[in-house]
Design a protein around this ligand. Structure first.
Ligand code: AP5
Ligand code: MG
Length: 189
């Protein structure tokens, strides 16, 4: 069993590195952003409520994403492990995750943080916005708002796992393969 949190600001490469980890280790990918976008595409009332906030670059309420993660953990009891991508994003979410995992006799092994500066994040997201169709990639003000939410509400989550001795930061700028090999080195340590 291997349970990882991929951590970092919007555009840091969490989704990119997650897909490589899934290929190699057969883990279940739990991206709350992807789960929320699936709700939006399905036109559910949860999706409609979430969209109003996501389109402004604001976090959705903790209870919404915690409920989603709880369902996914219950649906995947025989998984080889989980990659949490974009979750937990607040200290309250981190505390809830620890509790949910403990209820399944599981725990987080590593939080791996991809460190990327705001200039590079903005460049990546504006570029992706040309083809992604993601409303929150469309302009610099929105991207700045997402980074601000990250700095204010999400960055403190690192301390939560640091105090458990689980936090590892790596440089998220450079070739995707080189970043991946650094993640593998942490897993294999
Ligand atoms: P979410 O979907 O999680 O988006 P995000 O965190 O803003 O991050 P991204 O998915 O944009 O970036 P990423 O780190 O996955 O990078 P990627 O690999 O795509 O959340 C969206 C919204 O949903 C939030 O704003 C919030 O409203 C809501 N939400 C979600 N979870 C929530 C939660 N837990 N609580 C409350 N609200 C929540 O890469 C980005 C780009 O860079 C790509 O084009 C990629 O090709 C490129 N790239 C990747 N790596 C490199 C590299 N090494 N060099 C150059 N380019 C690279
Ligand atoms: Mg992502």
């Amino acid at each position: 069993m291997l349970n990882l949190i991929l951590f970092g600001p919007p555009g840091a490469g969490k989704g990119t590195q997650s897909s490589k980890l899934i290929d190699k280790y057969g883990l279940i990918h739990l991206s709350t952003g992807d789960l929320l976008r699936a709700e939006i595409n399905a036109g559910t009332s949860l999706g409609l409520e979430a969209k109003k906030l996501m389109d402004q670059g604001i976090l959705v309420p903790d209870s919404v994403v915690i409920g989603m993660i709880e369902n996914k953990l219950n649906e995947n009891k025989t998984a080889a492990g989980f990659i949490f991508d974009g979750f937990p994003r607040t200290v309250a979410q981190a505390e809830a995750l620890d509790q949910l995992l403990a209820g399944h006799h599981l725990s987080i092994h590593h939080m791996i943080a991809l460190e990327v500066n705001e200039e590079e994040l903005t460049e990546r997201l504006l570029e992706r916005g040309k083809s992604s169709g993601r409303p929150d990639d469309q302009n610099e003000d929105l991207i700045r708002k997402r980074v601000q939410e990250y700095t204010e509400k999400t960055a403190p989550v690192a301390k939560h796992y640091e105090s458990q001795g689980k936090f590892q930061g790596i440089n998220g700028i450079g070739e995707i393969e080189i970043i991946f090999s650094q993640i593998e080195a942490i897993i294999q340590r």
